[in-house]
Design a protein around this ligand. Sequence first.
Ligand code: PAF
Length: 273
Amino acid sequence: MKIVKTIEELSQARRELNGSVGFVPTMGALHNGHLSLMQKSIAENDHTIVSVFVNPTQFLEGEDFHTYPQRTQADIKICELAGVSILFMPTVEMMYSKMEPTILAPSSKAYVLEGLARPGHFDGVLRVVLKLFNLTKPTRAYFGKKDAQQLYLLQNMVASLFVDLEIVPCEIVREDDGLALSSRNVYLSPQERKDALLLCESLKVATHAIIAGERDIAKIKTEMLQTLKPLHVEYVEILNRDFDTISTIEIGNSIILVCAKVGTTRLIDNLWI
Ligand code: PAF
């Protein structure tokens, strides 16, 4: 595996790759969720590039940019053992210049849900991912369904800016007890770790209601909110897969999204129905 730290080194290493290239962008602190993206990419492509870059433009003032978990040595080992071809670890100065055109995510879909609590977050995500796509020139890029809104906005960007690659959505990876993996789970105390299970519990409640024949979104949301009562809920939403409001479940075209604060840690989870 080549570890490259500059744009020039990356361009050189990328030129040496023949065949299809899968790309897995990350902010590091790699866990089994990231590993599953890498494994899928490695299975489907001749080469895989992983980036580790904590992107400042997607963090708001007061968020955890400066304290975001960093595990450089462990990240390198994980990528190496997985069979990654190139690991790209740039600095902020390399990725951003003082004067550059910017990109704005469509506000109707980017300033709701995650974007309501984190206005501008998705502008920063699209901006960095487009840069990374231009640098790595992948055939396919791998993103987890856990960040469903991010995935939707990236798919929209690729389609509307005619970016020539395929976005591959990947399944959510969970702990044995159901907690969706997240780099931010390390912030949870033992009690908060238990409380965090209420997010996936609420999705189970919704699933049971739907299996029992319930289609009314207002009723399903009420049941979920009941389960989530002990937490500080930010949103419970059931939308279609274009992130439009719907009033009844559309099987095969709906996403149930939940976000709650457990202690001071904001957690998200979702279920594709
Ligand atoms: O999902 C993430 O980890 C980040 O938003 C991404 C896609 C690596 C962009 O910084």
